[in-house]
Design a protein around this ligand. Structure first.
Ligand code: NAD
Length: 442
């Protein structure tokens, strides 16, 4: 059953959603804390305020984003006026992960609604408290046949994937991304896949090491390293390593104290399964800082690893936890082969004061998005597309691009009737030379 809303009604529902979210903000923060001890500061910064800002931006711009856009016509169509019309896809399925369980469920949902779609949202089963509060918020805001939440795990998701959708927006791991893409292919359903990867963080000999350490510690240990765009490994010029490691240790202690377990600012690993996966990758002889674990509490302290092999378990796949391997290079020429050993990453970071070096790294490697002398923060600019490339994802979103993601763009030529140039019609006779000349000008 289709559910059509004009722009004003879409805007009204988004205003209602904003109101409901603001009223439930404390409950959301509480749920995130119960799920994996996410610190309230991080919940506000990366979840609630991010969603609220996305909602406000969408409410402010929805009319102009939805309006048909006039574009320059082709001279071949003279005289015409040409437009791009935005049309909702129809029924949209959004599947969310657990690591930013509120934001990564709500942001695509806001844009899908703004673009005029019906939505079914499947939050992650690994963060059940947040999933429940999302269901409550949606229930209070939307008609059941407009937006609904289906809670559940793998089985529930697979049942949803077996249905026919007009668009699927998936955020999660690469293997499940492939399952989603296969299911979507059955009905030629377009997809956005927001996946992960092994994000390099390169540091050359000109970098401000103290500041680099501070920004890397923040970006890596935010959410206990369970961030799709967290630096996955460090690749630093060999001579800088020992200084840099000293700075890293100082910054970790400054942020989380001598015992990060008792810090209110350091979250836990989401569940035992992930805890075991991470702990099994730590080779004790390579630990140069941290390495303290407690299965009862799903705790792994911020851990630095001296890594010298690309074939270790830690260097096999995306880490997605508070473990940071540090690799070195002697010569710039050694950087490329390390990065290209892996699939194209979701993010790449380079710390340097050498503009040429930064430019070379950015231009020579393919990655979703990234920063120079910073980590993670490219996520915060709504004017930048956010998404992967190759195995780190298909499509991108944020800001207006999110609205466009959930809209089909219909190109329409409105041809005038007061003139009908005869050139293109058969019989073509001796018109070939003239059309060749004309086409040169177009
Ligand atoms: P996941 O792929 O395990 O789960 C994501 C969703 O898929 C969940 O809702 C889950 O219920 C469902 N799911 C899991 N297994 C399934 C199966 N076999 N069949 C059908 N559905 C299934 O991912 P996760 O553990 O929730 O999140 C971590 C991953 O997500 C990391 O790889 C991370 O890099 C990635 N991620 C990417 C982004 C991004 O924006 N690109 C953001 C956050 C997380």
């Amino acid at each position: 059953m289709s559910y059509k809303l004009n722009i004003s009604s879409r805007k009204e529902t988004l205003i209602k959603l904003l109101d409901v979210i603001i009223k439930h903000e404390n409950k959301i923060i509480q749920a995130l804390h119960e799920d994996f001890k996410k610190p309230p500061f991080e919940s506000v910064l990366t979840e609630t305020s991010y969603v609220i800002s996305e909602l406000k931006d969408t409410i402010k711009n929805i009319k102009s984003w939805a309006k048909p856009k006039r574009v320059w016509p082709s001279l071949l169509n003279f005289p015409s006026t040409d437009y791009i019309y935005k049309e909702p896809y129809g029924k949209v399925l959004i599947i969310a992960p657990w690591n930013y369980p509120f934001q990564l469920a709500l942001c695509p949902l806001i844009s899908a609604v703004a673009a005029g779609n019906q939505v079914v949202l499947k939050p992650s089963e690994l963060t059940p408290k947040t999933s429940a509060i999302i269901a409550e918020i949606i229930e209070k805001t939307f008609q059941h046949n407009h937006v609904k939440v289906i809670e559940g795990g793998v089985e529930a998701t697979q049942k949803l994937l077996a249905q026919r959708w007009d668009y699927i927006f998936f955020t999660g791991s690469v293997p499940v991304g492939k399952i989603v893409a296969k299911a979507a292919a059955e009905n030629l359903t377009p997809v956005t896949l927001e996946l992960g990867g092994k994000n390099p963080c390169i540091i050359d000999e000109t970098a401000n090491l103290k500041l680099a350490a501070k920004r890397i510690v923040w970006g890596k240990f935010l959410n206990a390293g369970q961030t799709c765009i967290a630096p996955d490994y460090i690749l630093i010029q060999e001579d800088m390593k020992s200084h840099f490691v000293d700075y890293l240790k100082k910054e970790i202690t400054a942020a989380y104290g001598e015992d990060p377990k008792s810090s209110p600012d350091f979250p836990r690993i989401v569940n035992e399964k992930n805890w075991h996966r991470l702990v099994s990758m730590i080779e004790p002889q390579k630990v140069i800082f941290g390495g303290i674990t407690d299965v009862e509490d799903c705790y792994i302290s911020p851990t630095l690893i001296e890594e010298n092999s690309l074939d270790s378990l830690l260097m096999e796949d995306e880490i997605f936890g508070p473990i940071l391997p540090i690799l070195t290079y002697k010569d710039e020429a050694e950087i490329g082969p390390v990065i290209s050993k892996y699939e194209k990453p979701l993010a790449l970071y380079v710390f340097t004061d050498d503009r040429k070096f930064a430019k070379k790294i950015i231009k020579n490697h393919s990655f979703g998005g990234g920063c120079i002398n910073e980590t993670v923060m490219h996520f915060s600019n709504k004017r930048l597309p956010f998404g992967g490339v190759g195995h780190s994802g298909i499509g991108a979103y944020h800001g207006k691009l999110s609205f466009d993601t959930f809209s089909h763009c219909k190109g329409v030529v409105k041809k005038a009737t007061w003139l009908d140039l005869p050139m293109r019609y058969a019989p073509y006779n001796n018109k070939l030379a003239s059309i060749k000349k004309l086409l040169k000008w177009l």
